[in-house]
Design a protein. Sequence first.
Length: 279
Amino acid sequence: MIKQQLKALLVTVGVLIALIATVFAANATAPALARAGGVRFNGGHAPHLAKPALRAACTKMQAGDVAWVTLTEDGEIEDQVDSYPSGTELITPVFEYPCVPKKVTIVSSFSLDGEVVYSDKESLKATNSSGLYGYPLGTTDGSAMAEGTWGIQFFNNKTLLTEGEVVIGEGGEVSDSVTVEGTVKDKKTKKAIKGATIIVLNPGVTVEDWLDNDQSEDDVYTAGQTNSKGVFKLEDPLTRNETYSLIVVAKGYKSIATDEFVIGDDVEDPAELNITLTK
């Protein structure tokens, strides 16, 4: 456990933590989004999806109702869902079509709580066969998708074909606790810092209190440590609108700390905290 290693780690690092006027701000911007690599739908039908009527000649692109599904590790459709739970890393809207005429470009436009956050386009090959089109969307770093109401609109160029919505989390409501993850990098070189430790003290315990109390493990609320890519995730979620003291230490770098770390209601879950340190 990181908590059990903190005291030994800090002694090894051999740094004196000074409370400075560094204000940490949890980034409310969602991680970058992207299509799940290698996942494509090539014909076939998914169970329970509404099928558009077949046409004698394929002269117009048609689309059935949007369905939201989960995928297996191999990229196959597993289940159709009405919502996704908190922590979902991938959402996938799909629709069925009876055929594809010439010169079709599918534009996929995703929104979160009514605001467009990602769009992409793809040209389809003409075919007289029916099939299934889907767009698996996830974050570029593999973190959880933001909670709320996600929408999708599929266009053929500028003509709307079909649309739908799905909720991630508890009806889109803001949860009381937030997972905190992020990166620690060298401020000058922008390179990842491996082995940096992020410490959050119990509410009401200041950095000065902790130092005066010989860096007691009992005063530590949660902690995390960066991997070789400088990425970390705190072991325990933090409560919104609670004030915490936060400390960041890394061997060979100046430690930084604040007694005023707060995550407000407007910050998405997970909260992204990107930290830079100087030597």
